[in-house]
Design a binder for this molecule. Structure first.
Ligand code: C2E
Ligand code: MG
Ligand code: MG
Ligand code: MG
Length: 292
């Protein structure tokens, strides 16, 4: 019986594990040619100025449309790209494409905004990152102030001296720097102040739980107020409801991003949204200011 139980257990776990290994191998194989085959593209999620309701920026998010595996989200391939080193070429493509897209929006007469690009740990450690950024700006004609790089706390915590030097180099180029998923990585605001960082993005897990959990709400409020006193601008990620947006507005969060405002959309749809705003119709949905 024990033996049978053991065998059942093996049968229970093995197919799932096997499937995962097969999927990973397939992703690794297919990832090698994906860029060259034109299967990668970027979608863009607006950020909103909480006080004014205006679109204040946009984040580029990578998507992979595979002919047979379908649409693959970054969570399923960024890790593989990191492990195999494919992230180097992919990351360079993302930066250039986002810069070119932002320049194209500006050339079409839309209001100038900052485009944010996610940087992976390996890209950040790479000595050539700042040079790559300079080259992407030069070749696309985008001004440095219209590009922002999203880093993570863990990047700041490994090799602190080198990390400070890298962030300083990026700031010297003139691009904005933000910390993504803030609150998930055990760094303190005091520590992050050692880096010339512009924005903190409060992780979506806090935003999701803040209205139902007073402790989480207290954390969010204190990140906003302490962050402000240290001269960071604060963005809330993953805003999915009017109530969350109203709460963030009440506690002076600077910017918000999330499905309640807009999902990540195509460049054409984003241009249409900005156009709509410029014709003085609020494009996103600012929180209702008349509340109790
Ligand atoms: P992230 O940078 O924190 O991006 C936010 C993620 O949350 C995105 O998922 C976005 O679609 C999703 N999101 C936005 N609003 C909401 C909301 O209201 N509710 C919920 N539940 N989710 C929301 P996505 O596009 O699947 O990206 C996942 C992660 O993959 C990103 O997290 C980022 O760390 C990474 N990633 C995306 N694009 C790139 C890239 O070009 N390079 C690198 N290195 N990483 C990328
Ligand atoms: Mg991000
Ligand atoms: Mg992230
Ligand atoms: Mg995030």
């Amino acid at each position: 019986r024990a033996k049978e139980g053991g065998r059942n257990q093996v049968q229970f776990y093995e197919p799932a594990m096997h499937a995962r290994i097969v999927e990973r191998a397939a992703i690794e194989n297919e990832l090698r040619g994906a860029l060259a085959r034109g299967e990668m593209f970027l979608v863009y999620q607006p950020k909103m100025n909480v006080a004014t309701g205006e679109i204040s920026g946009v984040e580029a998010l990578l998507r992979w449309q595979h002919p047979t595996m379908g649409l693959i989200p970054p969570g399923r391939f960024i890790g593989v790209a990191e492990e195999t080193g494919l992230i180097v070429a992919l990351g360079r493509w993302v930066i250039r494409t986002a810069c070119a897209q932002n320049k194209a929006w500006q050339d079409a007469g839309l209001k100038p905004l900052r485009v944010a690009v996610n940087v992976s740990a390996r890209q950040f450690r790479d000595k050539g990152l700042a040079d790559e950024v300079v080259e992407a700006l030069r070749s696309t004609g985008l001004q440095a102030q219209h590009l922002e790089l999203e880093l993570t706390e863990s990047m700041m915590m490994q090799n602190a001296d080198e990390a400070v030097a890298t962030v300083q180099r990026l700031k010297k180029v003139g691009v904005g720097v933000s910390i993504d998923d803030f609150g998930t990585g055990y760094s303190s605001l005091a520590y992050l102040k050692l880096f010339p960082i512009d924005y903190l993005k409060i992780d979506q897990s806090f935003v999701r739980d803040m209205l139902g959990d007073p402790t989480v709400a207290a954390i969010v409020r204190s990140v906003i107020s302490l962050g402000h006193s240290l001269d960071f601008r604060i963005i809330a990620e993953g805003v999915e409801s009017e109530g969350q947006l109203a709460y963030l507005q009440r506690y002076n969060c600077d910017e918000a991003q999330g499905f309640h405002l807009s999902k990540p959309i195509t460049p054409e749809a984003f241009a249409a949204l900005l156009q709509q705003e410029q014709s003085r119709q609020p494009a996103l949905r600012p929180a209702n200011e008349t509340r109790g």
